[in-house]
Design a protein around this ligand. Structure first.
Ligand code: NAP
Length: 279
């Protein structure tokens, strides 16, 4: 039976094992899929040892996506543009092929599921970590009017903009300080992990009022979503749909079959609501 893992730190909260086990059941493919906490600075060594133990693929989450890009032998276009990998396929004995399915996952949720039009829209992405890189690469491919990156550490936002300008000097992307943002956006995406630790307090209310707000976080960590709803956003979504869609793309990369996602999303959302009402 082929073995898969999701690697991160923290990892307890990960829903990926539940999602992939549902995909496996639905497609009648026998696999194992578990989660593993990896110590900071140990990603490289851990991957080597897991590959040696026969694991055939990995999902990679906070904070190892850039480490994963550095580790793989080959990377597809999305992962190369993002310089971040969230899916690794072990090919042959030990070659590592890296992919980034975050962008595809977000687009399938935003455009296919929610019917949003991205062309000519003014998009604000808060955060400049591994997830931001993946989603910006995909958003740029959908003809937005502009993408602004705002991040606590301005240097990282600048680096991300430079990275995309190096691929295409006409890319409609720039960065701004968090406290310089106005109300001129159509879509605001939170890609920070602030919600894992505390309340969202990174931008003023006027930035999100009457706007479409999307939080990559989900469950109790979706603090941007709850804050935006409270201060008058037009529409708010958490990242659960993206999570299921990016997982489906990983499953397809590993197994060559595309699972049906809506039922899995409904089940996962019900489980989250249920566990919240019990705690
Ligand atoms: P990452 O590479 O560690 O980046 C974290 C980002 O959050 C950085 O921009 C960091 O800013 C910012 N940040 C963290 N704590 C902060 C704080 N207290 N105040 C202000 N900014 C803070 O993580 P990632 O891989 O990009 O993931 C980010 C989030 O997206 C996580 O919540 C993750 O679960 C979620 N995600 C969801 C999906 C999905 O499918 N729904 C997929 C991928 C990721 P600095 O640069 O200043 O440190």
């Amino acid at each position: 039976m082929d073995k898969y893992l999701v690697l991160g730190n923290p990892i307890d909260h990960s829903l990926s094992p539940s999602i992939h086990r549902m995909f496996a059941q639905q497609t009648k493919i026998e696999i194992t899929y578990d989660k593993k906490l990896v110590a900071i600075n140990q990603f490289d060594r851990e991957i080597d040892s897991l590959v040696e133990k026969g694991f055939r693929g990995f999902n990679v989450t906070v904070p190892f996506k850039e480490d994963a890009f550095a580790k793989v032998n080959m990377a597809n276009d999305c992962a190369s543009a993002a310089q971040a990998v969230n899916t690794i396929k072990v090919t042959g004995d030990s070659d590592l092929y890296g992919f980034n399915t975050d962008g595809v996952g977000l687009i399938r949720d935003l455009v296919d599921r929610m019917g949003l039009t991205l062309s000519d829209s003014r998009i604000l992405v808060i955060g400049a970590g591994g997830a931001a890189k993946g989603v910006v690469a995909a958003l740029l491919g959908h003809g937005p009017d502009s993408i602004v990156i705002a991040n606590r550490t301005m240097e990282k936002a600048k680096k991300l903009v430079t990275q995309f300008k190096e691929i295409n000097q006409d890319a409609v992307i720039k960065c701004l300080e968090l406290d310089k943002l106005d109300d001129g956006f159509d879509l605001i995406i939170n890609s920070t992990s602030i919600g894992l630790a505390g309340e969202f307090n990174l931008v003023d209310d006027h930035v999100v009022k009457k706007k479409f707000c999307y939080d990559l976080a989900y469950g109790a960590s979706a603090r941007f979503a709850s804050w935006a709803r409270n201060v008058g956003a037009l529409k708010v979504a958490d990242g659960l749909g993206m999570l299921v869609e990016q997982a489906a793309e990983s499953f397809f990369i590993w197994r060559g079959l595309r699972p049906e996602t809506q039922q899995v999303l409904d089940t996962i959302r019900n489980q989250l609501i249920h566990s919240k009402s019990e705690s």
